[in-house]
Design a binder for this molecule. Sequence first.
Ligand code: BGC
Length: 738
Amino acid sequence: MTTTEPTDEVATLCEKLTREEKLRLVQGSPDPEGTATGYIPGIERLEIPPVRLVDGPMGVRAGGFEEGLPATAFPASIALAATFDPNLARRQGVAMGREAKARGQDVVLGPGVNLIRVPHCGRNFEYFSEDPTLASALSAGVVEGLQEEDVVATVKHYVANNQETDRVTVSAEVDERTLRELYLPAFRAAVEAGAGSVMTAYNRINGTYANDHRYLVREVLKDEWGFDGYVVSDWFATKDTVGAANGGLDLEMPGGSVADAFSFDAPDEAGGKDEDHPADGPPADADFDLESVATGGMPGPDQGGVFGEPLAEALESGDVSPDRLDDMVARILGQLERIGLLEGVEATIERDDRGGALDTPEHRDLAERIATRGTVLLKNDDVLPLSDDDRVALVGPNVDAATVGGGGSSAVTPFREVSPLEGLRDRAGEVSVARGVPEIESMSFEDLLPFGDDSDADQDADDAPEPTVEDAVATAAAADVAVVFVRDATTEARDRESLRLPGEQDALVDAVADAAERTVVVVNSSGPVELPWREDVDAIVEAWYPGQADGDAIASVLYGDVDPAGRLPVTFAPEDEYPITDERRYPGVDDEAHYEEGLFVGYRHFDDTDGEPTYPFGHGLSYAAFEYGESEVESTSGTGATLRVPLENVADRAGREVVQVYVRPPDADGPERPVRELAGFASVELEAGETRTVDVELEERAFARYDEADGWTVDPGEYVLEVGRSSRDIRSTATLER
Ligand code: BGC
């Protein structure tokens, strides 16, 4: 299966293509229209149209960095994961597919499915979870949705790209079982859901760059999983022509080397180049050292540009076989055929007819729905929901801006956005406002570049009156309830230095909590943060990066118009209690990050050490209250199981519960296994007083461990199925024999 079986049409096209044309199809080049993140020039004489690849995964980022062409800005992927609802993921995929088509794009560079191993990772907001079962379900959902719309989904970044520090050089030193059980499943799920493309990571895995990783790319992904789409490099990640071609890479992006990109002229109007993207070069008068661009996780000047002429030479010398080139081309054309791009000039030129749509009421509603459904109520001492006549003090340095996303390639420019201030004013009527401490600046790629321009930020700082904690305290004391918004600031290519909130925000919460009658804290973060004041406040809401609907979504949760239905897809714990505190593990020494914790990542670690997380995996409160009955198992060996869980909403209001099922393996001699692992889940809405039996499907793989000699292995014995509200709040159990 390393080689695909092309369809007749693709095979016929391949026969007609010259070698030079084939070489053009497997390497990107600049998009003449300037809208795409990556571009494959077409072959006009054979009616193969140009192909446009555009960034995701939280919306469509056509037209460049920072101020791209507008699109619906969905919440952070970690918020989507907090919904525990693959159907919402599928719907987001559909919406992004439609928006991509409306922008003339054919491929979306998402979903991002790397497992959250390091709580500091600067891209956690783009990823789903510390748990492979949850990440797999969401990954499959987004892929299905995108591909339903005849857009190619690109699952990224294959694999073990779990930190941004040194991401372009570090080697993830990870054993086979850990790879199989933790880091690979979300990619396999995407492939099983039909993903047309897989993007390789910047980093190395056990010493070999992902791009050149013959074992992981050819043997595992293509041969074993039967992946018949194409493998694309991350941008400027390639280093070695023969290594990448023979390793299984099918498409190099964006085309030339970093050095080539930086020698481009300054952008001009017609050229459509993006002034902010490193790929498109610095301003013409910039004075900087190319080497320094490589810091902070950016690829160095020697990277990229290994296909094209060097690939032609490798074919000439016999280092790469013509069959390999044919296979690359067949894989790419196979996807173009699947999405209807090989149906002739008429069909492909008329791209407006492909059913695309931007910023529709459905897309706006969906962005808000995912934001509310992904909001996690961490703590509530009878203060939420707020009542309509509460006098609210709104406090926080960034209350007048929506937290649309983090920095880097995922940054979407929304058509519209609602700040917390606008959302709460709209819902609550009069609110008093105090910022308390200086604004927390968002981070972007630009901050990491030597020619980054931060004059705007300086300008803002000069104009704005300096906020004071005293003012915030006085405002909070005069109200019935203080709602304090705090946030972190993260970007691709840089990890967070600490899990503490940046700036003076912790001190602000302390001061307000002392003065206010009741205090609610809303956290906008990319992943886990430390909440040192949590005992002193009455409620804590984790709202992640909520995207364009920020203010509307949080207002409807705070006032109880919707039930906060999110559950934590990551464990919240003090920084020094995660398993990656040793620098050998993270960020690594001598460019090697040793995954010595093995399977014991996230809640698997805290269960193993009997540690007390601040808030455990799966945790999240509801405004309703649920009672669980005795679960029953229906099971056929070899084909998984269904757990039938009786659930009652005993509250006098509707609410949403996420029923979680964890599996505990039998006591058996043999390799160590985690105490419990998420096996399945279901998110269900129940009216006040409603009783329902919820079916949770468990795949047979949920019981298996990976054995290096025998592959996936289900040990015989008794498995305990724990049913509950979180990994630490088990309400009933059932057993299952294997
Ligand atoms: C990121 C990818 C992204 C690509 C194109 C890289 O920096 O790692 O996720 O798709 O750029 O913008």
